[in-house]
Design a protein around this ligand. Structure first.
Ligand code: FES
Length: 352
């Protein structure tokens, strides 16, 4: 592998050939603002916010996320020229973006809001026709507000490149460009698998997790990292907790699942506080359930097992285990059936 040496903001760095200027800057701990870039996605170069000044290039300010390093390159990431150009880019984005930050679900985590704050951009000097779209609210979990969309395309790329679903893509040209499903149907009528990665990727408030809407913004919740209990993959996720209630689930980027979740992990949390959730064992007597203690319930199960085994033999019993418990628990389960009950009738829900 060949290495290339360059200077960024007066500091020298050596990186592998093919590295982008953005990645080289990050290696030095220099933060360059980005809206359309993500480590896991292909490069789109759509937002242009990551522009930098390269000495010897008087023609333009290239996008650092798409600019490969070159030997001897001298880069300035925060020069007056770069900052001024970034301000104009932010103003151009604001020209077509509702300024309803106070009630926006993304308030506090919106990157457009963050950069406007950092660059002192309050409003846009570019006035004119604005795009108007109806909110797509038909999907059970995802609300789309295309008037807030900045066309960074991260939702499109994560759906295609990571999930392999391709439920959405760009449609239209120029001013009419928007992110749409095939034939511009509602997201609910698309191949969307409700994984919600698009919400996670969206740098603004164009995509909202409906079950979390109005229940707590990013700065109001405590994030509790835990393991998803729905299957044996054991994805890491962050429960967003407010007032002792789970109000949402967000990604844990540096986890073995790389932050990605399925529909169950991301949206299947409301059962936790469901008033109908079983919290104690129930025993059926005369066709009706009554509450019982764990001791009483387990004694009853043991008694029934013994009765059946004595009357019909151990092979009259069978056990089906679950992917929702740990490997150790599954090991103990099969051990119990083989060594204690005396049968090999053991199976697992993931195989059925
Ligand atoms: Fe480089 Fe958007 S982050 S163009």
């Amino acid at each position: 592998m060949r290495f290339v040496s360059l200077t960024i903001d007066g500091r020298q760095v050596e990186v592998a050939e093919g590295t982008t200027v953005l990645e080289a800057a990050r290696k030095l701990g220099i933060e360059i603002p980005t809206l359309c870039y993500d480590n896991d996605l292909s490069i789109a170069g759509a937002c242009r916010l990551c522009i930098v000044e390269v000495e010897g290039n008087n023609k333009n300010l290239p996008a650092s996320c798409a600019l490969p390093v070159a030997e001897g390159m001298v880069v300035h990431t925060n020069s007056p020229k770069v900052r001024e150009a970034r301000k104009i880019i932010l103003e151009l984005l604001l020209a077509n973006h509702p300024l309803d930050c106070l009630t926006c679900e993304a308030n506090g985590r919106c990157k457009l809001q963050q950069y406007c704050y950092e660059y002192g951009v309050k409003e846009s000097r570019f006035s004119g026709e604005r795009r108007h779209f109806a909110i797509d609210d038909n999907h059970p979990f995802i609300e789309r507000d295309l008037e807030k969309c900045i066309l960074c395309g991260k939702c499109v790329r994560v759906c295609q490149e990571v999930q392999g679903v391709g439920a959405i893509d760009y449609s239209g040209r120029g001013f009419d460009t928007k992110v749409a499903t095939f034939m511009d149907r509602s997201l609910a009528d698309s191949p969307c698998v409700s994984c919600g990665q698009c919400i996670y990727m969206c740098p603004v408030g164009a995509l909202t997790a409906k079950p979390s809407k109005g229940k707590g913004r990013d700065f109001e919740v405590t994030k509790v990292v835990t393991t998803c209990g729905y299957c044996g993959v054991g994805c890491q996720l962050a429960l967003n907790v407010k007032d002792d209630k789970i109000v949402g689930v967000t990604n844990v980027p540096d986890s073995h699942n790389q932050g990605y979740l399925c529909v169950k992990g991301r949206f299947g949390y409301e059962f936790v506080d469901d008033p109908e959730r079983l919290t104690t064992p129930l025993i059926k007597e005369n066709g009706k359930f009554r509450e019982a203690s764990w001791e009483e319930a387990l004694d009853l199960v043991a008694q029934k097992f013994n009765e059946i085994r004595a009357k019909y033999g151990p092979d009259a019993l069978a056990g089906v285990s679950s992917a929702r418990v740990t490997n150790e628990e599954n090991y103990l389960f099969q051990k119990f059936f083989r060594a204690v009950i005396g049968t090999n009738n053991v199976d697992h829900c993931a195989r059925l």
